[in-house]
Structure formats: structure tokens, C-alpha cells
Write a protein that binds this ligand. Structure first.
Ligand code: PMP
Length: 355
């Protein structure tokens, strides 16, 4: 333990990101990035913005917020920008959480949530997902806590219907209900329109997955002016220039390329479904993922072992430490060729029991 860490900070729970290999030639299916690059027009917009790097970026991100407001049919006052959605999520824990304002989230979900909770001293309850790894909305109805639910959930890819989100938001007045929509574009449903009806509903989205811009770090929240105002108060207390000018330009550029992205989302969903089918034929059990990854288990090899033997075969995937998730492996959907290689490697791995 560090000698210098203050007493208040000694209970941190830092997040362990997935491996970013350096130099090694691996098929990278471990952190749900896209196998495609963003369109050329987005790269051009980034280059153009680089010309103005002597100046600070717009701390309000006004142009991007205006574009996102049009995209979601809301006002710019309903949008707050983050350096990746992790930052926006952390702002939400800082803004709405406290010793007397606990959070609740599922036991099998995005592993980052405990990190900002620990950083800001926010108690939290982990609510078990059901036997088929689905979130049960009833568990969150009227619980009187702040709530964060990933929809689609990670690592399962399972989704909650909008009617359930309405029930959860409606039954927890005065508490923030945060829907993390990192993977929502691959499904095509969003709770963003519901933020007009529920003043306690905050929808958090990212450009990392469905806009192929994980390296640019861009996320945002959509919500009622009150909630967004609270997030902005935290943002201005933390880092008013949290987004650089090139990322702001990428964000605006990407919104002009809806046709390109929609076509790729369709391809990714098709490849996902084919991969799930191929895995089931090999005897794997899979969840019904609606995201850009599959979640699968095979009775002969636990997740961590399978991950290790796939790595030996040149494919990087992700197993999760959590007890209930241990049999499982999460695999990002890459190109059809990459997924063919992965399925071949998985078939080989289970046949040879990873020897
Ligand atoms: N939410 C979920 C459910 C995720 O899986 C991720 C990516 N690991 C994020 C949020 C954060 O993404 P980013 O910070 O890149 O926007």
C-alpha cells in the first residue's frame, strides 16, 4: 500500500482494462473495438482540427452538442460530453452518489462501475442477474437507490425492453436511473427519447464501439436539463477542457456518416449471429447477444483456460474474473474472416482440451 495515498483513497478499486498488445500479431477480439476504421471524412475532419492545436478547445463543445441534440431530437442543454463514456459514468457517480445515496447495479455487468463508486465513496449493491444471466427489472422497481444498467448488458449482450426501463425510472423518483448504451446501436433501440418523460433518466452513450472511435475517447449523456446540469457542475470541477479539439471534430464528422455506419452495424450483427450459431454447433452455450460481442461457454473448458489457449492460437479474447462469469468467454465480433479463424481456433481448443 502506498505511504502517500490519503486515508480516504485507500479503498480504491481500480479497473483493469483488457490487454492492448504491443507489436505481437494477434486477432484482437478482447475489448469490443470495431474491426473497421471510421470513414475518411472523419479522419479528414480530425486533420483539419489539428491545425488549431495552439488554442484550447471549446469547453462547452457547443457545435458537437448541437449536432447530437439534432440527432436525438433534444436540446443542447440535454447533452453533456465526456472523455469516453467512462468519464461521463464517473461524473454521474460523483454527482448522484454519496454516503447516503447508494447505487445498485447487476452482479454481472460492466466491471468499471465499482471503480468510480470506490473513488467517490459511494456504497453499492450488486443485484444478481437471473440463472440465464438476464437482468430482472422487478429487482430494481422502487428500490430507492441510484441505478446503473448497461443495455445491452456487457458481457452478456442481453437486453432489457424499453417498457422495463420505464418501470424502473418511474418507480424510483428522486434517484438517478442511468442506462449505459455503449452497445445500443448494434441493437437499434435507445432509451434517449424516454429522457423527455423521466427527469431522473440519464442515457450514457459512446463513440468507442459503434462509431469506431475508441482511440478518440468520446462519450456523452442525454438527459433532463436538471440531471445534465449536475453532471456539468462535476465536469467543470474536474476538467473543463475534457475533450480535445480533434475528438470534438471527429464527433461532429461521424454524425454525418449515418449511412456508412448503419451498413457496418448490419454487417457486424450478421457476423455476430453467424458466430453464435457456429459456436452452438460446436457445443457451446451462448447468451442471446444483441451487441458487438458474443458470450459463450463450453462445458469442457472454463473461460480463462479457453482464453489462454486461444491466445496461443493467435486470438485475443476476454474472460472475466467474477465467480459466476468464470465458465464464460466474451469475444468481440470482428470481420467475418477473423471470426472464421476464431471459430476454427475454438474448435481446435475444445477438441484438444487446450493441450
Ligand atoms: N460501458 C460499457 C458497458 C462498456 O463496455 C464500455 C467499454 N469498455 C464503456 C461503457 C466505456 O467505453 P468508453 O469509455 O470507451 O466510452
Amino acid at each position: 500500500m502506498s505511504v502517500f495515498l490519503s486515508r480516504e483513497r485507500r479503498r480504491l478499486a481500480p479497473y483493469a482494462p483488457g490487454e492492448q498488445p504491443r507489436g505481437e500479431k494477434l486477432i484482437k477480439l478482447n475489448t469490443n473495438e470495431a474491426p473497421y476504421s471510421p470513414p475518411q471524412s472523419v479522419l479528414d475532419a480530425v486533420s483539419a482540427a489539428a491545425g488549431g492545436l495552439n488554442l484550447y478547445p471549446d469547453p462547452e463543445g457547443a457545435e458537437l452538442r448541437a449536432a447530437l441534440a439534432v440527432y436525438h431530437g433534444v436540446s443542447p442543454r440535454n447533452i453533456s460530453l465526456g472523455n469516453g463514456s467512462d468519464e461521463t459514468l464517473a461524473f454521474a457517480f460523483a454527482a448522484f452518489g454519496g454516503a447516503e445515496a447508494a447505487f445498485a447495479f447487476p452482479d454481472i455487468t460492466y466491471g468499471f462501475y465499482p471503480s468510480p463508486a470506490a473513488l467517490y465513496g459511494v456504497p453499492y449493491t450488486e443485484i444478481p442477474v437471473d440463472a440465464s444471466l438476464k437482468i430482472r427489472a422487478e429487482d430494481y422497481v422502487g428500490i430507492g437507490k441510484n441505478i446503473v444498467l448497461a443495455n445491452p448488458n456487457s458481457p452478456t449482450g442481453e437486453v432489457l425492453p424499453m417498457a422495463d426501463i420505464e418501470r424502473v425510472a418511474e418507480s424510483n423518483p428522486g434517484r438517478a436511473v442511468i442506462i449505459d448504451e455503449a452497445y445500443a446501436d448494434f441493437w437499434g433501440s435507445s432509451a434517449a427519447p424516454l429522457t423527455k418523460r423521466f427527469e431522473n433518466l440519464l442515457v450514457v452513450r459512446t463513440y468507442s464501439k459503434s462509431r469506431f472511435l475508441a482511440g478518440a475517447r468520446l462519450g456523452y449523456a442525454v438527459g433532463d436539463e436538471g440531471l445534465i446540469g449536475d453532471i456539468e457542475t462535476v465536469r467543470y470541477s474536474f476538467n473543463p477542457y475534457n475533450l480535445n479539439s480533434m475528438t470534438l471534430a471527429a464527433g461532429i464528422g461521424a454524425l454525418k456518416e449515418e449511412t456508412y455506419y448503419k451498413e457496418r452495424w448490419r454487417e457486424i450483427a450478421e457476423t455476430r449471429d453467424e458466430t453464435q450459431e457456429a459456436l452452438r454447433e460446436l457445443g457451446f452455450v451462448t447468451t442471446r447477444s444483441m451487441a458487438n460481442f458474443v458470450f459463450a461457454r463450453h462445458e469442457s473448458v472454463p473461460g480463462a483456460e479457453l482464453m489462454a489457449c486461444l491466445r496461443e492460437r493467435g486470438v485475443l479474447t476476454r474472460s472475466l474474473g467474477r465467480e459466476r462469469a468464470r465458465p464464460w468467454l466474451r469475444v468481440t465480433v470482428g470481420t467475418p474472416e477473423q471470426m472464421k479463424t476464431f471459430v476454427g481456433a475454438a474448435a481446435d481448443a475444445i477438441k484438444t482440451y487446450c493441450s
